[in-house]
Structures are given as C-alpha cells and as structure tokens.
Ligand binder design. Sequence first.
Ligand code: AGP
Length: 594
Amino acid sequence: MCGIAGFVGSEPAAPMVFKALTRLEYRGYDSAGLATISRGHLWHKKGVGKLPEVQAQLNLDKMPGTVGIGHVRWATHGAVTDANAHPHLDCRGRIAVVHNGIIENYQELRASLSPTHRFLSETDSEVIPHLIEAHMAQGMSLEDACYHTSRQLKGSYAFLAIAASEPDKIVACRQDSPLVVGHSQGRCFIASDVPSFLEHTNQVTYMEDGEMVVLVPGQATFYNGLKGDLREPLAKEVSQIDWTLEDISKQGYDYFMLKEIMEEPTTIRRALEQDRQLVMDAAMDILRARQVVITACGTSRYAALIGRYLFSKLAGKFCDVVMASEFQYFSDSVDKNTLVIAVSQSGETADVMEGVRRAKANEAQVLSIVNTQGSSVARASDRVIYLDCGPEMAVAATKSFVSQLAVFYLLAYAMRSRLDEGIAKLKAAAGAIERELKDNFKKVERLAEVTKDRADYYFIARGANFAIATEGALKLKEISYIHAEGMPAGELKHGTLSLIEDGTPVVVICPQDYTHAETLSNAMEARARGAYIIGVSDADHEAFHEWIRIPQTEEVFYPLVTVIPLQLLAYYLALARGLDPDHPRHLAKSVTVK
Ligand code: AGP
C-alpha cells in the first residue's frame, strides 16, 4: 500500500506531484521520492522518512521539468532504506518507475534479468524499470514496453513510468491497485486517489484492471492491456466528483482525526440523505436472499457486527459476518442465492475486493457499503450505498464507522418498512452526539493524561456493545501503541482476569440496556482485583472510578453514542504519548495488499 502520483503539463511538475503526495501520505509514510524529466535528462530524489522530513532534506518540489512521478512508501518487500524507496530506475538511469502493489513473480523475473541488469534495491518493484528497459532496447516505444512488461507481471500493481527518451509522457498500468486520471485543460494528473489532485480538477476517469493509459499534456488515451490491442483506444467515461477542497483540509484542527470525530453528527445526517428507493431495494434484497454474508476488515467489520445485530433485532433476519481475509475459506458456501454485503470505507481493501471477486465468481449478488466514490469495490458491486461522509484522511477510521452504522440502521428499519421512523430516530441521535461531544472532551483528555503510561487497556461489554469494545481497543492500539483487548464482559473471568493488576484500566461499556446489570457485575469483579474502572454509560455506578457520561437513547442506538468517547480516548492517549494520531507507525489507510 503505497501512494503514487504523476503530472504532465506545461508548468513545473514537481510542486504538483509533491502536493499530491502530501494528500497520499495516509497510504504510506516510511519513505518518499520523485522523478522528473527536464532537457532530456531524468532527475530523481528519494529518501527515508515522512514526506516533510524527506522534503526538508531534498527539496523534492524544486526538481526541474514539466513531467513528474512520485511515491510515498509503505514497505512490503525490503526494509525502509533509501535504496528501497521509489522511484526505481533502469540501469542507465533513463527510465523511472513508481509502483503500488506486490509483484508476486519478482524473484524469477529478477533472476532472468540479473545477468545483464544491475539491481540496487531489495524491492519487488525494481524489476519493472528493468523489464521496460529490456523492451525499449529492442526498439519499442515506452507504451509498448510498459504493455509488454505488464503482461509479464503477476500480482497487483499500479505503476507509472517515464523515460528521458520520450519526455512529456507518462505511461501507467493497473491491475488490482487503484489508479485514477484527472483531466484538466492542457495537463493531466494521475494518482492512487481523487483527493490528491482535487484542487485542480474534479473531472476524473477511473482505470480498470488490465488497462493502460498514456498521458501527454491535456490528453489521456486509454487501452485495454489485457486484450493486447494497443491501436484501439478505449472510450472511457469521465465522472464528476463532488468532494470539495474543504473536505480534504484540516480546517483549523491540529489533526484530521479530531476534525473527523467532530464531523460525526453531520456525517450521520449526510448518510440519511440516501436515495429512498435504493435503501428500500437493498433492504428487500436482504430479506429475499436465502443467506446473507457481510464481509469487511478492521473497523468496518465491527460496524458489520453491529449491522448483523440490527438486522436480527429489528427485522428478524439472521446473517453472518466473515472477516474479509478469511472469506476465501468459506466462499464455497456462497452461491447465487446468497447476498454478500461488502463494507469498506476506502473501497480498495484488497481482502474485501478478493471477497467480492469470489462472490461474483459464485454468482452471488453483491451489495456494497462504501465511502470512496468510484472505488474498486463499488464498481464491482451490483448495488452500492455510499456513506457520503466525505474523504476520511486520518488512518484511524472514525466518521466512516458511525456512517456505516447509520446505513445499517437505515437498512434494518427499511426491512421493517419503517424507514421514516429510522431516519427520525437517527436525526435525534445525531443531535445527542453533538451535545455529548462538547461534554466529554475535558474528561477524556484528563483520563488520557492519567493513564498514558499504562502498558495494557481492556475494554469489556456485552451484546452489540461488544463490537464497540473491540473497536475501542483497535483504535487505542492503532494510534497510541498501548496493548489493548476488547472482549465480552462475561469472558473476563475465564482467563484474562489474571492479567488485571493494581490500576489496570478497564473500560466498561454499559449503557442502560439489556446488558447493563450483568456487565456491571463483571466490572465489580475486575475492580475487586485492582482494575481502574472507566465506565461508559448514561448512569453512574459505584463500580466506576471514572464515569464517561453518554446520552440516554433508545436501546438499539447505544452503539452510535458509546463509540465516540472511545475514539476521543484513543486520540488523546496518542497526543499524551507524543504521537501523531493521523499517521500511526507501520499502518496505512488503504490496505491494498492481501
Ligand atoms: C481502522 O481504524 C483501521 N485503519 C482499519 O482497521 C480499517 O478499518 C480496515 O483496514 C478496513 O478498511 P476499509 O474500511 O477501507 O476497507
């Protein structure tokens, strides 16, 4: 999972590409680099560190030329070193390539090239410029060479290539990794996602697997690489994106994560503006399907677990939730009578996409719940419900989670033919969250300060709230690097209780619902063994050392309100420990490798 970007036009490319990379940092931030062409010469600079660190040392945005490509890396093959950073070059330093994905057959390709080519890195990606070099040495153009190279690659890739011998041109190929082209008068943009060039254009074309594009100033020509015909350009649709620059800026907040948490009441309301017919049709599909399987990863999977609960509780429809990375082991049971619901903020998660492919191969119907417009999961689905919560820039998912919940609520109410009631109740919940946000800041911030040096955190809950406990633990691990576990409250005494020491923080999620009394008993058990109990509830209790108050709501809506203090807790713990909550180490926002 890396971010790649390219620009060709008549003005300097490096500032354009550099700016695009600043927007792609969520996809990888262990090293960065750029290549440009000027006066027949290929320039390249790259180094280890977050983009601002590399920029401070190398002035990436000052490189000459009107064509350029750039990369932010999330290491897969090879350590985080200058040599492994992209761009990678051919032997003569005349061809540069940036790559996102994994080349599965790189070892055999490298072995076949090694006798005559000089490799400088440990990466899988470096075979690409050398393959292009080998083809161009036989007289091929850059596009022919890229096409033939792409046919030799196994695995996933989105790569951009430039060559000093063919200035003013970028060639790009896509297979299983996202690429989108931005159209603008006299220039062309290309990147892993739309926000990278949104300030210049909202007119975009999404590339499909097997496609290649040749970009020259003001013109993008697409080909279907798989069909092998480079003389027949493809007619491709241009889509208009309705995201704004405001959506992708911090708007005065220090970090995107806090901005995105603060947006949650608004994003719930935005999720409610769905096309009614779409929601009703999707609800009918769910009711009619012989079996329904929801598949997702990470935070999206926790939203799915709550969705499963809502379908069962509100509409009496049982369904299963399968972790997307495990979906392939169950896919034999998926057939044409199955509805697969794929949930993904990015719509580019490789595991989710693989699940969608397998579902389609078995003739199942696919409904996706996705945030990113035009993403791979959305385009591969029979029906799509968009979250419409605007781009989520922080690596930790927050607003997309509550928007996913909002969509599950809508579907569950629609399944009971009570969509209007669902919408009204969700609007009220959004108002309650707005008030809650104001109340909880100070308390959670102080709590983070008090517990910031603890090695472990536990989150316990029962019923649907269990998914919130696991989500709270995931958020905490992800950005504060404190070990955390979320578990059903009743399970604590079956083993984990032995880990409780004096002062171990245990977050007890116990709204006044069907889980209240039993969860409190488990909290008392933990307290009796020295735990420092942080209660997340609408009622105080003697079990709590600290009480984080949430608004009272109807029972089924508690997951919407209990998750927010947990997101804030993770955020403030990251700050208290001197960490950058937007860019946690080793992680990337969009996990496009399996
Ligand atoms: C959430 O904070 C994580 N960054 C991660 O678990 C994420 O939810 C997961 O990778 C799935 O991403 P998706 O929703 O874009 O498919």
